[in-house]
Design a binder for this molecule. Structure first.
Ligand SMILES: [Zn+2]
Length: 160
């Protein structure tokens, strides 16, 4: 039996022991600038995996997302009243949209008083042209919550 783990997958299950590891900061903002994120990740811009989720929502928005369970994200909104949260499917996650410019910012899972996010890298200056197509829709809802808590980025600031 081949017990080798796909190294691309290993990046997500491996937790770095070096807490002084240099972080990369990736900034993003919606088109009108109302919603801004500051994503700190242990990945370099070249090693961060960007994914094209193939669900009907992400396809419609051309979303290309990334996350890092060992990173952090701070989300701010100049006008939090203009933030729109949309739920569909298993209704386990809020899809965050700007109500003024309509841009898809990312998805946030709330669980146990904490929030975890995956962010739309189309809002950043990163090259998203090599994003990997990926399908999550086969997962049962329970598995999906656990999966996202393990893989999404912990949210340290969020006004909604
Ligand atoms: Zn906007």
């Amino acid at each position: 039996m081949n017990t080798q783990v796909d190294p691309r997958h290993m990046r997500y299950i491996w937790k770095p022991m070096d807490t002084n590891q240099k972080l990369t900061t990736i900034d993003g903002a919606c088109h009108c600038g109302n919603i801004v994120y500051e994503f700190k990740t242990v990945f370099t811009p070249d090693s961060l995996i960007i994914r094209n989720c193939q669900c009907s929502f992400c396809k419609a928005h051309g979303g290309a997302t990334a996350r890092d369970p060992n990173g952090t994200v701070a989300i701010t909104a100049r006008d939090p009243d203009l933030v729109r949260l949309y739920r569909f499917g298993t209704k386990t996650t809020d899809f965050v949209l700007c109500g003024r410019c309509g841009v898809y910012v990312g998805a946030i899972l709330s669980h146990g008083g904490k929030k975890y996010a995956t962010l739309n890298m189309q809002l950043s200056s990163l090259d998203t042209s090599q994003a990997e197509p990926v399908v999550y829709e086969d997962e049962p809802a329970e598995d999906r919550v656990a999966h996202r808590m393990d893989l999404f980025t912990p949210v340290i600031e969020c006004p909604f």
